[in-house]
Design a protein around this ligand. Structure first.
Ligand SMILES: Cc1cc2nc3c(=O)[nH]c(=O)nc-3n(C[C@H](O)[C@H](O)[C@H](O)COP(=O)(O)O)c2cc1C
Length: 285
C-alpha cells in the first residue's frame, strides 16, 4: 500500500493506493429496492467488481405509494410478520463475499431482507452491508444484522442518502478501494478534531444543512471537524428541539404519516464543499 500526501482544495489529504485483495473470492451483490436507489448502488458495485447480482423480490410487491407502504409495514410489524419472497436463483454456498443492499425502513433493513436473513445461514461468509436512506440507518441496521447473523463476518458498510445519489458513484469507488475490493488510489480522511461547543457560524452551517429536511427539528450543541477534498466535514452532536405536548409530531412540513423518533441526542454529519450550501450526509440516533 503506497501513501502520498496531496493538497486538494485547501485540505491536505492522504492519497493511498489499494492493491485489491479479493483474489479468487466469489462475490454476489444481493439487494432489495423499492424505488431504485439501492438498485443503482447495487449495479454500481456489481459493475465495478464484475460480480454476480440478484434482486430480492417480494411475492406481493410493495408497489404502493409511500403512505400505502408505511401502512402495510405497520400492519405487518404489529403482526410480527415479514413478507414472503421469491426463491433466489443464486446458490449462496458458492459465494465468499456477499454485498447485501437495502433501503432503510423504520431504522433498519427493509422487510424483504429481514425475510431472507431469517432463513439463510451466513456463517463464515463475509457480508458487506450497503444501504440508501432518507436521513440515516446504516449503523442501526448493521447492529440488527450482527444480531441476526452472529456467525457471519460483517465488514464495513456503505450508506448514502436518497437526496445524495449523484455523489454515490464516486463514493462507491472510494469505498471499494479503501476496503481492498478494488485497485487504485483513494483518499484517506483524517480523524475528526475534538468536539467543541458550536460557534454561531457553525450553528448556521448546521441549520443550513438540516433546515429544509422536514423530519429533523434539532439544535446543534457541539461539533468536530476535519478537512475533506475541496471542503470541510462537520460532525455535530445535536438534540431534538422541544416538541411541546406532542412528542411524536413532526414539525411543520413534516410527513404526518411518518412519526419522528423519540426525542434524544443524535450525531449529524455535514459537508461543505467548494463553499456551497451545507449538506447533511447522515444522522445517527
Ligand atoms: C416504509 C418506509 C420507511 C422508511 N423509513 C426510513 C427510516 O426509518 N429512515 C430513513 O432515513 N429513511 C427511511 N425511508 C426512506 C428510504 O430509506 C429511502 O427513500 C431509500 O433511498 C429508498 O430506497 P429504494 O429506492 O432502493 O427503495 C423509508 C421509506 C419507506 C418507504
Amino acid at each position: 500500500m503506497k501513501t502520498l500526501k496531496k493538497i486538494i482544495g485547501a485540505a491536505t489529504v492522504m492519497v493511498m493506493t489499494s492493491t485489491a485483495s479479493l483474489n479468487a473470492q466469489k462475490v454476489l451483490v444481493l439487494y432489495y429496492s423499492q424505488t431504485s436507489n439501492t438498485k443503482a448502488v447495487a449495479e454500481e458495485i456489481a459493475t465495478k467488481l464484475n460480480a454476480d447480482i440478484e434482486e430480492v423480490v417480494a411475492v406481493n410487491p410493495y408497489d404502493g405509494d409511500f403512505k400505502a407502504t408505511i401502512d402495510r409495514c405497520m400492519k405487518e410489524r404489529e403482526k410480527g410478520e415479514t413478507p414472503k419472497i421469491k426463491p433466489l436463483k443464486a446458490n449462496i454456498a458458492k459465494y465468499d463475499v456477499i454485498f447485501l443492499g437495502y433501503p432503510i425502513w423504520f431504522g433498519t433493513y427493509a422487510p424483504p431482507i429481514a425475510t431472507w436473513l431469517n432463513k439463510v445461514d451466513l456463517s463464515g461468509k463475509k457480508v458487506v452491508p450497503f444501504c440508501t436512506f432518507g436521513s440515516g440507518g446504516l449503523e442501526s441496521s448493521v447492529k440488527d444484522l450482527i444480531a441476526k447473523q452472529p456467525k457471519a463476518e460483517i465488514l464495513e458498510g456503505y450508506g448514502v442518502r436518497a437526496a445524495r445519489m449523484a455523489a454515490m458513484p464516486g463514493e462507491v469507488d472510494q469505498f471499494l478501494k479503501a476496503n481492498g475490493f478494488l485497485e487504485g488510489s483513494y483518499i484517506k480522511l483524517q480523524d475528526f478534531s475534538a468536539q467543541h461547543a458550536v460557534s454561531d457560524a457553525e450553528a448556521k452551517i448546521f441549520d443550513g444543512a438540516v433546515g429544509d429536511y422536514p423530519m429533523m427539528n434539532a439544535k446543534a450543541i457541539s461539533v468536530a471537524t476535519r478537512p475533506i477534498p475541496y471542503g470541510i466535514e462537520y460532525k455535530f452532536v445535536a438534540v431534538d428541539k422541544p416538541r411541546d405536548n406532542a412528542p411524536m409530531t413532526p414539525p411543520p412540513g413534516g410527513d404526518k404519516d411518518l412519526k419522528l423518533p423519540p426525542p434524544g441526542e443524535m450525531t449529524v454529519f455535514v459537508i461543505v464543499v467548494n463553499n456551497e450550501k451545507p449538506v447533511f450526509t447522515k444522522v445517527i440516533r
